[in-house]
Write a protein that binds this ligand. Structure first.
Ligand code: FES
Length: 111
């Protein structure tokens, strides 16, 4: 078993089976990594492996459509395309929750 730390989710750490995809464990644990397609197409699941990058599997061609060599070297991956075989810590940009309806017009609305 390996340990996955979700940095963006209060550094919550969970245990998972060796070889699992980052997106699969994130969904199972409701960790909050955003996703849409689950197939390496949309790029929504962009994340950064901040520790343990050596435990991630090889970069997939689909990831190269979304990420530069520099980004890959810095640990950026698509969670749905990344399978890990050792402890990692991962962060991501959280999605903004929908704005609360306030009844007030937006500040930039014409008068
Ligand atoms: S969820 Fe669409 S690329 Fe990963």
């Amino acid at each position: 078993m390996i340990q996955i730390t979700f940095i963006t989710n209060d550094c919550r750490t969970v245990t998972a089976e060796d070889g699992i995809s980052l997106l699969r464990i994130a969904i199972r644990e409701a960790a909050g990594i955003p996703f849409k397609c689950g197939g390496g197409v949309c790029g929504t699941c962009l994340c950064r492996i901040e520790r343990g990058l050596a435990h991630a599997d090889a970069v997939k061609p689909r990831e190269r459509r979304h990420l530069t060599e520099a980004e890959l070297a810095a640990g950026y991956r698509l969670a749905c395309q990344t399978f890990v075989t050792g402890d990692v810590a991962v962060s991501w940009v959280p999605r903004k929750p929908p704005a609360e309806p306030s009844g007030e017009p937006p500040a930039d609305a014409p008068a």
